[in-house]
Unconditional design. Structure first.
Length: 107
């Protein structure tokens, strides 16, 4: 009985991504207190004006792992989106912890 549910879940995730809106797109409250905005064009900007690019890493359809290159690769974060899509966690190139929660303006 689990197999049909897994297939349905996978198909939903594939259609979500196929529509062009990756679940990372939007605003995230970073562990540093800044807000990072990820665009559907692969751009990242934080509320201090730092810019970068992001890309989804090739993994299973149900996994959402990303690399964020800040300032031309000066800083590199690798993060994974939680199953509920409300948080991301990972590390930077030095092994430092990275966390963020989905953020809505006004909160």
């Amino acid at each position: 009985m689990k197999t049909p549910l897994i297939v349905i879940h996978t198909l939903l995730l594939m259609s979500f991504v196929a529509l062009g809106r990756d679940p990372l797109v939007g605003d995230w409250k970073w562990f540093t207190g800044t807000v990072v905005s990820f665009s559907s064009k692969g751009e990242a900007v934080n509320s201090n004006g730092h810019k970068g690019t992001w890309e989804r890493l090739p993994t299973r359809v149900s996994d959402f792992q990303y690399t964020i290159n800040w300032e031309g690769g000066r800083f590199v974060d690798t993060v994974t989106l939680s199953k509920d899509r409300k948080s991301i966690a990972g590390s930077n190139q030095l092994g430092g912890s990275i966390t963020a929660d989905r953020w809505a303006k006004g909160k």
